[in-house]
Design a protein around this ligand. Structure first.
Ligand code: 5GP
Ligand code: ZN
Length: 114
């Protein structure tokens, strides 16, 4: 399932450019275009779900893989040891801007709570 006018679905489909750092059957990771940390990667399910409200719609294993890919990307980018923030902005009060579920992996500096 993909959704018209969803920028992350376009990235998955190869219709919009991104700097991809991981690509597998159900999950993709790419550099955040507006990096807020020295390392800032987004990990997404390829299937469109808008937020955690719809996480149950993801195929089996995909949610788990999002966590595992985050750790793999962190290892590959050299921030697994120093640590990183793994964060999902979910809904309006969290200031979610892109309504295709995504996890931020941010590191390379001290990451505080907002
Ligand atoms: P959130 O929805 O969690 O608040 O954040 C959305 C994130 O997506 C932002 O950090 C923003 O910089 C990033 N973003 C928005 N549009 C694009 C895009 O077209 N390409 C990439 N790589 N990142 C994007
Ligand atoms: Zn989408």
């Amino acid at each position: 399932m993909s959704e018209n006018d969803c920028i992350f679905c376009k990235i998955v489909a190869g219709e919009a450019e991104s700097e991809v750092v991981h690509d597998e059957e159900g999950v993709m990771a790419f550099m955040d275009i507006g990096a807020k940390a020295p390392v800032h990667v987004l990990v997404i399910p390829k299937e469109h779900v808008s937020s955690l409200q719809e996480v149950g719609r993801l195929p089996d294993g995909v949610a788990k893989r999002i966590f595992e890919v985050a750790q793999e990307v962190a290892e590959n980018m050299g921030i697994a040891e120093s640590g990183y923030a793994f964060r999902i902005n979910n809904g309006p009060d969290a200031r979610q801007e892109v309504f295709h579920l995504h996890a931020h992996v941010m590191g390379g500096r001290k990451m505080g709570m907002p």
